[in-house]
Design a protein. Structure first.
Length: 213
């Protein structure tokens, strides 16, 4: 299997805050239960159930997950934008002879809608996973480095035994990402191509087994 670079989705490859906020507002309108959409999108990363449990009783969370996901395609996809440097980062991964794998806490079919809408192509996609839960997917898909904006992503990388690259574009600061075990921390994805060229010697698929950590 050709080695891969793994990417988180929300606030790593895409800025989904406008769309997710719109979906939460639609959920409030439908259910009559207030969700502070601006607060919710300030802490993206953990699974949807974690956020919904802040607003709905425990016995209503699962049905609310279903309701939110039904609203999501109509409200959340169109407003979402690529993060700066996302397309260029994926292009560089492939130029180095590596694969692109997206591993996200978002359920897979909704994540796929975002990638298709923005023209961001992944070789593999694994969804509905967070922190340690991402590790098996990273291993299964041959991910050798994992790029993410959340401390949970660095936990995922460590659990899978691969280096994590933090991007300080989400709710976690550069210091928090380093403390969580990131091998490198970048301001955003625009810095990733140069880092990948450096750590692979510009010949990714041939040298990935001996990358620095």
């Amino acid at each position: 299997m050709t080695p891969a670079i793994g990417f988180d989705l929300d606030m790593t490859l895409i800025d989904s805050r406008p769309g997710i906020a719109a979906a939460f507002r639609a959920l409030t309108a439908q259910t009559g239960v207030y969700v502070d959409a601006d607060l919710a999108v300030s802490r993206l990363g953990p699974p949807l159930r974690t956020e919904l449990s802040q607003w709905f009783p425990a016995d209503q969370v699962e049905q609310t997950v279903t309701a939110y996901r039904a609203l999501y395609p109509a409200y959340a996809v169109e407003p979402t934008l690529p993060m700066p440097g996302a397309a260029e980062a994926l292009t560089e991964v492939r130029a180095l002879g590596l694969r692109v794998v997206v591993v996200t806490s978002k359920i897979g079919h909704l994540a796929a809608l975002h990638l298709e809408h923005l023209g961001l192509v992944a070789d593999e996609l694994a969804g509905d996973l967070f922190a340690e839960g991402k590790a098996a997917a990273l291993t299964e898909h041959g991910v050798r480095w994992y790029v993410g904006d959340h401390i949970g992503d660095m936990v995922a990388a460590q659990t899978a035994g691969v280096p994590g690259i933090g991007v300080a574009t989400g709710p976690c600061s550069a210091a928090e990402l380093r403390d969580a075990g990131a091998s490198h921390v970048l301001p955003d994805l625009r810095a990733l191509p140069a880092l990948l060229r450096r750590i692979t010697g510009g010949n990714g698929s041939d040298t990935l087994d001996s990358l620095e950590t």
